[in-house]
Write a protein that binds this ligand. Sequence first.
Ligand code: PMP
Length: 426
Amino acid sequence: MKSNGLSALGRRTATPPISWLMATALARPGLISLAAGFTDKESLPLKEARQALTEILNSPTEGRTALQYGTTAGEPALRRLTAERIRVLDGCADGAVYSADRLLLTSGSQQVLYMVTEALCDPGDFVLVEDPTYFVFLGILQSHGIHARGVRLETDGLDLAHLELVLEQLKQRGQLPRLKLLYLVSYHQNPTSTTTSFHKKQSVLSLLRYYERAAGHPIYLLEDAAYRELTFQGGDVQSALGTGKQADRVLYAGTYSKPFATGARVGYGILPEPVFPVVMGIKGNHDFGSSSLLQQLLAKVISSGAYERHLVKLRARYAHKAKIMLDVLQKEMPEGVRWVVPQGGLYYWVRVPEKATSGMKSRLFQTALRKQVLYVPGELCYVDDPARPKPNHEMRLSFGAESETLLMEGIKRLAAAIMLSLARRG
Ligand code: PMP
């Protein structure tokens, strides 16, 4: 047979590395996974969810709506509550950008990322990403045949001089008309835990706007705020929606996964014209609406105040786990290992000395596996870029899923694996 019958997209779509990591974690009992992006099991809001679901199902009207198809855009109450919540977080009085009419509820914010990419990009187009970035997003780009270009990160977000350089290079090569989007994980970024300052969001939008003339179309900022509500140190930063006139180029992706329940898979997008109706159309084709029951659950816990109370506890819990991980990193890691201390989110971004590498095929990764501890190799989070070798000395460690005891044990094992691989190479 000449062909396997798959579409070009089907042929391009590679098995995401995360599937392998998750399957490995499941297949090896006793393995400590510092790799999974899972949230803390202990603090999942069982009581809050049980009470809200009971109330919904005890009411014939609410219960029947919850068990029925809803609309493509989602439950009106949750759309209103969510839009208002983001407006209040942003401290903005101007309601137009935060109108519920611009908000679409989805199956996790992952669906927003996917649909927005599909709405804006064709194969051969370019998307700018942080270098490194959320590797599952890179999978979406790869599958759609979209080129990613990395922009270096500083402690407060993108390196603006590098962004300008990348934009200028695209312009000189005549590729600007194919640039559609800049993707930014703006709060406690996955994987580096970097938070982008509001000033940088404004500057990024201005730069993109400047290059629109040569591009011949809008260049959007896709702001992924997945970890926004998990800030446990320092205050909130305004989202790019708060930039006034510039907000017409902002696509905001948010989620109730991390702050409430990953299993509910309730996410949302706040989108401007003309993107909103197109994404609605795509969602209509995908699933014509996400689960009514789970959206009602979220609406109930938000309006009762249970959500906010849960968040307070959750932030304290993650602050505690992050501190435990820090203590054990400081105690166990050999000389030369560096890390970023997170102020929220779920991750430590750790760099090992140049002598050791951390990739899937590295001695370190294999030794760690033998010692029954798993991490996300940093190399997975970098795009292929001819302008630089792919960094391979980093790892993403999550304090989300495992218990305190296992976090401590996991870091000890990892430190031992790092020492072994440094000793062998030295
Ligand atoms: N964005 C980022 C940066 C993430 O880390 C994740 C989940 N790991 C998502 C989006 C998607 O999460 P969800 O679909 O559960 O909202």
